[in-house]
Write a protein that binds this ligand. Sequence first.
Ligand code: HEC
Length: 269
Amino acid sequence: MNAFLTRSIFALAILLISPSLFAQSANPTLTVDSERGSHSLSLDELRDSLETREIEVINPDLGRPIRYLTFSLADVLKLMGASNAEDLVFHCLDGYQSSTAVANVAKLDLRLAYGEDGIPGQWSLIPTGKTMTNPAPFIVVSANTSDSKVFSWPFQMNRIEAVSFASKFPLVLPTGVSANSAVARGFTIFREQCLKCHSVNLQGGEVGPELNIPKNITEYRSTNFLRQWLHDPNQFRARARMPPTELTPEEIDEVIAYLRHMARHKQGG
Ligand code: HEC
């Protein structure tokens, strides 16, 4: 075999055996939308203005420690004129939208990751159901993983919307219930853990199915099924895109109470 052919085959083999590390667009853009308008900055511009810190944390989707290149998310929001919002909605390329209270930025020490092992734009692929996904351009990571149940890391994130939850998702709010009712507690859980993938009255994430219109999920699935499904979808469908929850049986019933409540408040569509 001639040297050229040998080298080509060698290069091809390298390409084929290294799918877990992936280099992406060297200078991706982050957009932040707030009441003060829409601002976009490239990674190079962010690096010029913000301090980078390398942190090693266990990626909850991979279950192993990764060294990330990060900025403080609080610094990013300040730089981009969005530090006085109540809530943040992270928009991801796959349709995932997660919302979190701005208070969690400090509480969970949220940071904007832009690469691994000292290389901007280098990422380990993340398992998503039956496929592997490149998390580029950004992941929002939590450097305080003691409360990991509250916040799942948005990856493929490229836009942050700084809003107040009630103005962004008015049709998702339960109406006429007291703050300490099961419905209100279920809503708090739903908002933190489910809305990023599911919509109610067509407001929310797009990864999972709409849960209220035209039929509310509790109108065609039994409570028993929902309890089991919410505990662990993998009992029904191998490698379900929906992750198992760490909710207690009481919390699961509160989420179901919220969903049942929304059956009487169908709007939109
Ligand atoms: C990462 C995205 C994601 C999250 C987070 C998520 N789901 Fe899902 N969910 C899905 C997808 C995708 C499906 C479609 C079925 C599948 O996974 O095979 C689904 C299906 C469902 C179904 C319908 C099951 C059926 O067969 O009728 C219900 C009910 C549901 N999810 C409720 C919830 C609730 C409540 C939460 C929060 C505790 C939640 N989901 C969190 C993605 C998600």
